[in-house]
Design a protein around this ligand. Structure first.
Ligand code: ADP
Length: 402
């Protein structure tokens, strides 16, 4: 019998389950979908069979992740690619927090589950949902390897000087406080694809990756290894995001509590869910913000300017961290689509060898592409991220070629 070549990628959120089924012989996608509002009466499964192009929807209560995954399994079976198929090699799971412990994708066993559980205090929203996804998949296919691919793993190469906060190391170690970074699967994929776009090996290039989605993070990648990233203990640090503040003086928190009379939970909600672009102007979608800016809306203009100012500071900081930069690459929803953000982020940085060609920047597309003028010292690129493909690739590399 030939070895199995399919990988199911699962991304379990607290009330959602995203999935893709890939065939690793050619990295083609066989099916993809999303279950939303798990645990509510109005759960919805949207499934697309990518070989036929057919899309189906199921509405109605799915009480938990087990019910959701069973519904997904039934849809996959209808397409003839069910979970019971001998062609399925493994299930790859996105796990948000792997701490310092997990530096690579890992086949799940009881010890791995325990360690992911031990990390719940530093990832209270994500790791419990990721664990539920793994346990549910294990129950359905106990014989199949389950592989955990960690958002933090790519950043475990950061030197201590970048990973540590300037606080008493005994306190930091006791509470596992350090800069872990997130979006690592995306930063890994995009930095490698940037090297490919430049016709070089990843070990030869230094790249600043700007992952600008609803969550946003920057990373400095030296010869294929991450040396700094903008998110820290949690995904709150760094760039201005859709609803998160990013960097701010920690004393703002004391001030809000002592002078503003807010509770810690209220401050947590304020900074994570009601700040960033949304907090500044009431919108977190860059399309809407750009529309308002074009109409002369001052509040949207200020939000945009604050967003760009922070982005520029990180480009400059990571330029200094790397010393030599070969490329600055934009990715994720905003980075891939918002030409105005790319133009503004690089404007005025000619002294650093950075520039954008207006014509190339205006071109829309799904392909990795250069948007800098041919003469530029540093390449500026747009590389669509593909976290599912990266999770599938890492999963298959671990289990597929035994
Ligand atoms: P997530 O962090 O949720 O995975 P994505 O990477 O999908 O986010 O990015 C979502 C964001 O991308 C949206 O909130 C929106 O601001 C932005 N976006 C998507 N399409 C466009 C577009 N055509 N122009 C500008 N911004 C866009």
């Amino acid at each position: 019998m030939t070895s199995p070549t399919r990988v199911l990628v699962l991304n379990s959120g607290s009330s959602s389950l995203k999935y893709q089924l890939l065939d690793m012989r050619d990295s083609s996608r066989l099916a993809a979908g999303l279950v939303e509002r798990i645990g509510e009466r109005t759960s919805r499964l949207k499934h697309t069979c990518l070989t036929s192009g057919e899309t189906r929807e199921q509405n109605g209560p799915m009480h938990d992740h087990e019910a959701a995954l069973k519904a997904v399994a039934a849809e996959l079976s209808r397409d003839g690619v069910g979970l019971d198929s001998p062609e399925l090699a493994a299930i790859g799971h996105r796990v948000v927090h792997g701490g310092e412990f997990f530096t690579e994708p890992t086949v799940v066993d009881d010890t791995v589950l325990l360690e992911i559980e031990r990390l719940i205090p530093v990832a209270p929203l994500h790791n419990p949902a990721n664990l539920t996804g793994i346990r549910t998949a294990q129950a359905l296919r106990p014989d199949l390897p389950q592989v955990a691919v960690f958002d933090t793993a790519f950043h475990t190469t950061m030197p201590e000087s970048a990973a540590r906060y300037a606080i008493d190391p005994r306190i930091a170690d006791r509470h596992r406080i350090r800069r872990y970074g997130f979006h690592g699967t995306s930063h890994a994929y995009v930095s490698r694809e940037t090297a490919r776009l430049l016709g070089k090996d990843p070990s030869e290039v230094n790249v600043i990756v700007l992952h600008l989605g609803n969550g946003a993070s920057a990373s400095a990648v030296e010869g294929g290894r991450c040396v700094d990233t903008s998110m820290g203990l949690t995904p709150l640090e760094g760039l201005v995001m859709g609803t998160r503040s990013g960097d701010l003086d920690p004393a703002v928190i004391f001030h809000l509590e002592r002078v503003g009379g807010m509770s810690m939970d209220e401050i947590d909600t304020l900074l994570n869910k009601r700040s960033g672009l949304y907090g500044l102007c009431g919108d977190n979608d860059m399309r809407e913000i750009r529309r308002r800016v074009e109409e002369g809306d001052e509040q949207a203009r200020l939000a945009f300017d604050i967003y760009i100012h922070r982005l520029k500071k990180y480009i400059g900081a990571y330029y200094a961290v790397l010393g030599r930069v070969d490329a600055v690459t934009f990715t994720a929803g905003v980075g891939e689509n918002a030409a105005a953000v790319r133009e503004a982020a690089v404007a005025g940085l000619e002294g650093l060898g950075l520039a954008v060609d207006a014509g190339l920047n205006a071109v829309r597309g799904d392909e990795a592409r250069l948007i800098s003028p041919a003469s530029a010292r540093v390449a500026v690129a747009v590389v669509p991220t593909d976290e599912e493909l990266e999770i599938a690739t890492q999963t298959y590399a671990l289990v597929g070629r035994e």
